[in-house]
Design a binder for this molecule. Structure first.
Ligand SMILES: *[C@@H]1O[C@H](CO)[C@@H](O)[C@H](O)[C@H]1NC(C)=O
Ligand SMILES: *[C@@H]1O[C@H](CO)[C@@H](O)[C@H](O)[C@H]1NC(C)=O
Ligand SMILES: *[C@@H]1O[C@H](CO)[C@@H](O)[C@H](O)[C@H]1NC(C)=O
Ligand SMILES: *[C@@H]1O[C@H](CO)[C@@H](O)[C@H](O)[C@H]1NC(C)=O
Length: 463
């Protein structure tokens, strides 16, 4: 979506600000449970006192009921913070509406289901509201306050390596600055669509970068608007190219007036990184990134393996160093993968390769891959200058489940397109550990008006 459009949407949004209450998930009814603060612009303007950073603690024994946490909590026997366990620190980003982030509980719980850790939620809603440029002035002060708490935790026996910061949007740069203050000795920082505006050209001192922790991973989903477009970690996953996400509305301008959740519409791409991360924590299916120079090369099938990582593709989630076993770990490595539009987001990557005999006119073929109950179509425009075509498809099921392939000669009606002689059509699923033989059919004449199809006899899972 264009800058202009999103800016207009944001303006439309501010009109609502005084009256809107965005759907906010409440912690379970218990009054004793702590919750994130909230504020309004009006309140902020009137008070403008201090940042009011506060912390919530969640552990496996308090998954449904957060406790307030401060350095004093450590000396209280009632605190559930366990200094022998690793600590995850969640940092939210800019809060345009002054509302508390609604996803915090789900992220904390997904982390706790995956690992027995302390989860600290940094609540800086108060300092994260109001105009974006003023909030950006606050973020380093927030990081300084967090570093004071981390120092205290160190004195109680936590080591820096055991901290993993997970920062959403602007929160990623807050985490980055905490990392800078500890000279990169923090264990890990994960940036979920790290904020772009005012950071892209910033010095590495001011933004998240690989020197901020022993390992830094980032997921990019809105790098043309709210997210940053440059790599900021050791590995940077660019989902669907990192800009526009499947299932997020593109430019249905009229929908602003019709549908209420304008905000959700504007930030759909941006928040996708968080939702994909939570899904990965749930362990639903592996989300592996393929190293490539850029998305266009990736889509053209130029990058189909993880040889630069010794054959193991980096995976989104909690595995150590994203599963990378190389040392030293490469930096600012761009990784690409396709996703679906809803949890668990995983899809199969299938490389389609078509080789034709030279044509005297440009032509078009439609390739359909069929399983028992669905078909995936891909159109290829064939030029006279090229005979080999490669393209990457997001496919809902594995290659071994594809029952048949169909080729249709779909040239324009008004001129006679001759037969297309296909020397070979091949399918390969990637990334793949075992070097799979591609599934190929050779020597086919595809006539106009006479679709060609071929059934595959194959079985899944005998490896
Ligand atoms: C934040 O919450 C605390 C209590 O949890 C309250 O004392 C304080 O006034 C709140 N601040 C704002 C700005 O709402
Ligand atoms: C958030 O705001 C609402 C309405 O302004 C208020 O009722 C609620 O108590 C606030 N929650 C917190 C935690 O400050
Ligand atoms: C703290 O965590 C360690 C390591 O997981 C565990 O052995 C110990 O029992 C925990 N202490 C408490 C009080 O839960
Ligand atoms: C993760 O699992 C929990 C519990 O099974 C579920 O409530 C939640 O919606 C899941 N989240 C995602 C993103 O799949």
């Amino acid at each position: 979506m264009s800058w202009e459009l999103k800016t207009i949407l944001l303006c439309a949004l501010t009109v609502y600000i005084t009256s809107v209450v965005v759907g906010v998930e409440e912690w379970q009814g218990d009054e004793k449970c702590a919750d994130l603060n909230n504020t309004t612009w009006l309140e902020y303007q009137q008070q403008r006192v201090k940042l009011q950073v506060q912390y919530l603690l969640l552990t496996r024994s308090t998954m449904d009921c957060a406790q307030m946490f401060s350095q004093e909590s450590l000396t209280m026997p009632s605190s559930h913070f366990n200094t022998s366990r690793p600590t995850k620190v969640i940092i939210h980003g800019y809060r345009a509406l002054g509302s508390k982030p609604s996803w915090v509980k789900e992220l904390a719980q997904a982390l706790l289901r995956a690992q027995d850790v302390n989860v600290l939620v940094v609540d800086w809603v108060y300092g994260a509201s109001f105009a974006y440029n003023l909030v950006v002035e606050n973020y380093k002060e927030v990081a300084v306050q967090i570093s004071v708490l981390i120092n205290q935790l160190q004195e109680h026996g936590c080591n820096l390596e055991s901290f993993h910061f997970i920062g959403v949007s602007l929160g990623a740069h807050v985490a980055g600055f905490v990392g800078t203050l500890f000279e990169g000795k923090i264990g890990r920082i994960t940036g979920l669509d790290p904020a772009g505006p005012m950071f892209k050209r910033a010095d590495t001192f001011d933004r998240l970068d690989p020197s901020d922790a022993q390992f830094v991973d980032a997921i990019h989903t809105d790098s043309d608007y709210f997210g940053i477009s440059i790599p900021v970690g050791h590995v940077d996953f660019f989902l669907n190219g990192g800009k526009d996400q499947t299932g997020c509305a593109r430019s249905r301008f009229a929908s602003i007036l019709i549908y209420f959740p304008v905000y959700g519409y504007v930030i759909c791409d941006h928040m996708r990184a968080l939702h994909v991360y939570m899904s990965a924590l749930n362990g639903s299916c592996p989300l592996k990134g393929i190293p490539c120079f850029n998305y266009e090369d990736f889509l053209r099938g130029q990058c189909v393996d993880c040889d630069v990582f010794g054959g193991t593709c980096p995976t989104i989630g909690l595995s150590e160093n994203s599963g990378i076993v190389l040392s030293p770990i490469p930096k600012e490595q761009k990784l690409f993968l396709l996703t679906t539009s809803s949890p668990p987001f995983c899809t199969h990557h299938i490389l389609l390769e078509l080789e034709v005999s030279p044509l005297d006119k440009s032509a078009e073929v439609e390739v359909t891959l069929r399983t028992e109950n669905l078909g995936t179509e891909q159109r290829l425009r064939l030029q006279t200058s090229t005979t080999v075509y490669r393209t990457v498809l997001a496919h809902p099921v594995a290659l071994c489940e594809i029952g048949s392939i169909e080729l249709k000669n779909t040239g324009a009606r008004f001129y006679r397109q001759g037969d297309i002689h296909v020397k070979s059509v091949c399918l390969t699923e990637f990334p793949s550990l075992r070097r799979e033989h591609p599934l190929c059919v050779n020597n086919i004449n595809v006539r106009r008006g006479a679709p060609w199809s071929h059934h595959f006899v194959q079985v899944c899972g005998f490896f």
